[in-house]
Design a protein around this ligand. Structure first.
Ligand SMILES: [Zn+2]
Length: 192
């Protein structure tokens, strides 16, 4: 009886060690998938050489982080970061781009939320946008002209996506979104 229970404990212990090793090996930082470093957890390195812990299990969705929802979505410093500045945000996380919806806009319509997410997902796929480090900053456009052209395409998609939602004209939040997209198309002198 004693021998059996020792064997079971040993097996459980072995499984736990094995799981921990596999979990550690599975963690990586960004697209280059550097091996997991237990000292920094995230193995990401800031420009000043310090490690940045960004891939703790509780931080797996960067869109829920305060630094994204508060600092980036409410970026208007003139109003003490109280004003919601964007419908969405593409952020860098562990060197990868992630498209986020800004909750501060309070959008309720699920189809409109999908339009906003689609805009940010396009940025996340855009090779012209590069992440410089491990912070949840905005990725940097490599070529500003390409970025402007891409945005003209996206503002049109925003407008058309929202106008394709049945009953959009009777929904104030969708109407405002459409007007905003039309304003941005004009403000940026986008070709029709
Ligand atoms: Zn955009």
């Amino acid at each position: 009886m004693k021998k059996q229970s020792t064997l079971v404990l040993c097996l459980i212990g072995l499984l736990c060690v094995l799981t921990a090793v596999l979990e550690a090996l599975g963690k990586h930082c960004g697209s280059d998938k550097k091996p997991y470093d237990p000292d920094t957890q995230g193995c990401c390195i800031n420009p000043d050489g310090t490690g940045k812990v960004t891939d703790k299990p509780e931080n797996t969705n960067p869109c829920t982080l305060n630094e994204v929802q508060e600092d980036l979505c409410k970026m208007s410093s003139a109003f003490g970061n109280k004003v919601c500045a964007q419908y969405g945000r593409t952020v860098c996380y562990n060197g990868k781009k992630v498209g986020c919806v800004c909750n501060c806009m309070g959008i309720q319509n699920a189809a409109l939320l999908a339009c906003i997410q689609a805009h940010e997902d396009e940025h996340a796929k855009d090779d012209n946008l590069k992440c410089a480090d491990c912070d949840t900053k905005k990725p940097t456009p490599q070529d500003q002209n390409i970025d402007a052209q891409n945005h003209c395409v996206l503002y049109k998609k925003d407008r058309d996506c929202a106008k394709a939602i049945p009953g959009w004209e009777d929904n104030p939040e969708i109407r405002v979104f459409v007007e905003n997209a039309i304003f941005l198309l004009r403000w940026n002198s986008c070709p029709e």
